[in-house]
Design a protein around this ligand. Sequence first.
Ligand code: 4AD
Length: 429
Amino acid sequence: MEKIKEILSDDFSEKIVSIRGWVYRIRSSGKITFIVMRDSSGIIQCVASSDNLGEEEMKELSSLTVESSLELSGRLYRESRAVTGYEMSIESYRIYERNENFPIAKDLGEEFLLDNRHLWLRSREFTAVLKIRSTIFKAFSDFFYNNNYFQVQAPMFVSTATEGGSSLFNVDYFGEKVNLTQSTQFYLETLIYSLEKVFTIAPSFRAEKSRTRRHLTEYWHAEVEVAWYNNDDMMADEEKMIKFIIDAVLKNNEEDLKTINRDINRLKNIKIPFERIKYRDLIEKSREFGMNLKYGDDLGADEEYGLMVHFDNPIFVTGYPESLKTFYHRPDPDHPGEILCHDLLAPEGYGEVVGGGERIYDLQELLRRIRDNNLNPEDYYWYVDLRKYGSIPHSGFGLGLDRLVMWICGLSNIRETIPYPRTIRRVKP
Ligand code: 4AD
């Protein structure tokens, strides 16, 4: 049994080949039935004609409908009029399941498609996105393995908040109230004292009421933590990682990018190093774009869109005001009120895909920041302990993998990046 993509070549021309998969399109014209078949690798036009098949067989094949599953064998030949340049002349077949009424068709409402996600995700476009997503996940890990990082795992049931209490999901844990993790960061910080350079890929959960195009309540979070790194060291690894991932997609998924009509040159033109812009200067620059931002304003989806439509390359925004970020970020000793952190904003209006920076490593400073944020240091006793026993400078970041897929694929909504998106209005199927 061959995969469709493998046989689309002159090496197989005039030979008998066998494929199995699903009916993608079917049409009968007089005594001939054209069945375009799909499998995970591609599509091919197959022809049933009475030259090779009996009357009953012709009847059986011509009455098939889309998404029926079958196996076909026959001779392959070059045919310039066929969708992928080759055609198979069917000589024998086996039907696995004759499908009556596949509910997915063109021009259906969005809610209907979301209810039928389990069927809709067979579409060619979504298959292409999933292949690109798969490359992105692999390339992320490859990059860090290549650079001597260790992959680690952290718990999903947690009792502390990293990114503020308002977006926590509560879970009843045998009578105790615990939360689903928002970030593995604090656990990764504990692991650098033995492994120094660590990364993980895991879901993070945010009970944000945001209805933007870029928020999920459950998203895939790739996080990194490194001993001895400062904010600049971290950004230097990050931009190389982004370039490495884009190159992997260009190498492995050119066909898939074409299937979803992604402008490939946009990706080819991404250059490192990425520009570093201070938050203060970006606010200033926003005037050029006719925006009315003030120092201290948070940059949400709309603001980042307004800024980043004017960029073709990602930018690092550094030096956010202390008030805009969570308590663990290290204040900049040279610029009071600013912190040593960065967000990576993607071009073409996509905005934030990474948040990271240096962590506070001085015990008193951490305790002050915890209290300033009206939190109880006892809840963070294990995190605080790290500053008592061999504390060191260190940095890290969190990358929203779904957002990265969204940008690389040029999609307009984060829901299109993941098989089963979880949003405030949807947890099924
Ligand atoms: O900026 P965030 O909240 O940072 C953290 O969680 C840090 N503790 C990470 C770290 O330093 N280890 O989230 C990091 C990234 C964002 O830049 C964004 O790409 C993504 O996670 N993200 C989301 N993606 C989809 N849906 C959401 N609701 C997201 N919230 C954050």
